[in-house]
Design a protein around this ligand. Structure first.
Ligand code: HEM
Length: 425
């Protein structure tokens, strides 16, 4: 982590930024422990709803505004004319060389609608539902392979689970999907190490080229086949557009589901009453998933300002970058009572863990389905489990706030039973 003395060596603070709103902290590199969302909430509890940070390890060349309130983030996400998504992720900056965009997340209207529509066939509700049996079979296979071990790094297991659905959506083998995931993690979890990120990006580019060659001979109903046959404004997609779609599809989907699973299962390991309730009444699982998606939101995204505008009493200039923290938005005291508590029976929970507006997550139903199947199949086979005593749970802070490892243990049939750790919420 680095809460660096950025102002001493970083970019100049622009004249339109009031000095009292400057905070000397790298938002993407905060020190967090086993409950990273709680640590984040506590770290920024005394800060104003909008503040300015001079530099981040992700984008050392410019400063950023940070906004943390749900209503403000919603307003920004719902106004793409003023707050553009173009180049927000900037993975091409990490790779160097030519400029390219991640589709559709880095595209503004009107083009956004055209590219997002290309993905719709893959995400049609009937198709997702039809995949439930194969997702379940894959999930059961992964769980049964470890059930007799009595302990596991659950975060590693969580990374294997989405491989079932992604191998289907990409039309590739599970082993290939796992190799893809390894490279996605090199990009996302390298702590902004440019060499590791570049190596991961280059691997994915080479893999995509090879996949395109395969599909040129034989089409399926997978992502690459769809984009090879697609037309936008009557023309085929360019190489860069195809890579941008392929690349973001992997980045957005593979690691987020694994991240959510790790965060949720750490909670289930320590919240014994909730876990027992879900074991005895699996119909409560969907509500528990929504509440844990809120309590443990992981994504921080951003937008660029397209014109001078007053926002919450601050003058924003064209080109300013706004960091939008969904973990903080979903723990906003003005919207959620006792936000750090996990309360499956909340009457009102308008969380924005999947974002909002035009770019709202297209994969939310796949994510929810994978989470529900994992809860159901794990709790059937391993109803009692705990954090492995003495083992340390570590977390990662970047654009995603997730766990690095999650050592869990449980009693194996015929051996002595586990003592549950104390209840906690
Ligand atoms: C728990 C799991 C997930 C979380 C928390 C999550 C979160 C998000 C968020 C917050 C955004 C909006 C980003 C922004 O507005 O800047 C987003 C967009 C997106 N997500 Fe997800 N996501 C998850 C799973 C998935 C999955 C499984 C897929 C694909 C199979 C996926 C594909 C996408 C795509 C393609 C976009 C861009 C949509 C657009 O720009 O129109 N996500 N996701």
């Amino acid at each position: 982590m680095t809460e660096s003395n950025a102002s001493a060596t970083g970019p100049q603070i622009p004249a339109h930024v009031p000095p009292e709103l400057v905070r000397d902290v790298d938002f993407y590199q905060i020190t967090v422990g086993d409950d990273p969302q709680r640590d984040f909430k506590e770290r920024f509890a005394g800060d104003p709803a909008i503040f300015y940070i001079p530099r981040t390890a992700r984008d050392p060349q410019w400063g950023n505004w940070v906004i943390t309130r749900r209503e403000d983030i919603l307003a920004v996400m719902q106004d793409p004319q003023t707050f553009s998504s173009r180049h927000i992720a900037g993975f091409d900056r990490a790779l160097g060389g030519e400029e390219w965009l991640a589709y559709p997340v880095e595209i503004d209207p009107p083009d956004h609608t055209k590219f997002r529509a290309l993905l719709n066939p893959l995400f049609a509700p009937a198709r997702i539902k039809a995949l439930e049996a194969s997702m379940r079979a894959h999930t059961v296979g992964v769980i049964e392979a470890i059930v007799d071990a009595g302990e596991v790094d659950f975060q590693a297991v969580a990374s294997e689970l989405p491989a079932g659905i992604f191998s289907h959506l990409l039309g590739i083998s599970i082993d290939e999907t796992l190799a893809v995931m390894g490279n996605v993690r090199r990009i996302l979890h390298s702590g902004y190490d440019q060499i590791a990120r570049k190596a991961g990006l280059e691997w994915l580019m080479a893999f995509e080229q090879e996949l395109i060659k395969r599909r040129e001979h034989e089409r399926g109903d997978d992502l690459i086949s769809i984009v090879l046959d697609a037309r936008v404004d009557g023309r085929p997609l360019t190489e860069k557009e195809i890579f941008g779609l392929f690349f973001f599809f992997l980045l957005a989907g593979l690691d987020t589901v694994a991240g959510a699973l790790g965060l949720h299962f750490r909670h289930l390991a320590i919240d014994v009453p909730l876990r027992r309730r879900l074991v005895s009444d699996p119909s409560a699982i969907p509500d528990a998933i929504e509440e844990l998606l809120r309590r443990y939101s992981q994504i921080t995204t951003n937008r660029f300002v397209t014109r001078g505008v007053e926002f919450r009493g601050v003058s924003l200039r064209k080109g300013d970058n706004l960091i939008l923290s969904l973990p903080l938005a979903n723990l906003d005291d003005e919207v959620f009572s006792d936000p750090l508590a996990v309360d499956v029976d909340r009457q009102q929970s308008p969380h924005i863990a999947f974002g909002a507006g035009l770019h709202r997550c297209i994969g939310s139903n796949i994510a929810r389905q994978q989470l529900r199947i994992t809860y159901e199949e794990w709790l059937k086979r391993i109803p009692d489990f705990r954090l492995t005593p003495g083992a340390e749970v570590q977390a990662i802070c970047s654009e995603a706030l997730v766990l690095k490892n999650l050592p869990l243990s449980w009693a194996v049939m015929g051996l002595e039973s586990t003592n549950d750790s104390p209840s906690h919420s």
